[in-house]
Design a protein around this ligand. Sequence first.
Ligand code: GLN
Length: 273
Amino acid sequence: MSAASSASIRSSIISRLRAAGCVFAEDEARLLISAARTPADLTAMVDRRAAGLPLEHVIGWAEFCGLRIAVDPGVFIPRPRTEFLVRQAEFLAGRAAGPGENRDRVVVLDLCCGSGALGLALATVLAGAELHAADVDPDAVRCARRNTSTVGGQVYQGDLYQPLPATLRGRVGILVANVPYVPTGEVSLLPPEARIHEPRAALDGGQDGLDVLRRVAGEAPGWLASSGWLLIETSEAQAPLATDAFSRAGLIPHVERSAEFSATVVMGTMPPT
Ligand code: GLN
């Protein structure tokens, strides 16, 4: 194809995306063009995006912590803000391994794993980590299995801790969970990409958004190693109630915030015995 005609295809895609309300039309056009295998493929992808499907579902992947994470249609798309949680977990993993133990052998558990992005990112930076992940949604589990197969991740399907092998009890050094935390009454305010194309179970956290967080925190002490940490992302406003839930569960809570990522992470560890 001539340079002139590929430039005109690009500019017609950009105007089409802009008309459909895509704010980052230039970037999206570039990604769609590089993802399409044939001109017909490109047309179909632009149609799907213009009809409102999230870009990540159209091209089939999202970038997270510098990795390409496969995201199938109907699977929660990892958010850039959640990279902050991964950084906190990476920092804590050095301590979670415990004195004399090798930081690289830390056991990572990713609950509500969705595509498996958090677990994969952690297993990648903590080379040699033992990765376990779980999600209630079979589509997410399929996607997470694909994403984590290169790092030997074990992915289980079921409700929170229920599908996990009992042998994991008391061994988890880093327990991460990007639980659904949008209050039920605010789900309707989410952008249509999330509201229509992501599973409601991955977003709706109940009346105050903390239902799943409370359940994860409540059972965490049974699974954490003595020096292990639980880390969960919340909204800024939810941090005080989330901290209470951690304390009630018997964890010592701590909150970290990042203006750069606009992210809040509540983390907790067990009291020294
Ligand atoms: N809309 C929220 C976000 O973008 C959803 C996160 C969640 O519920 N895990 O962060």
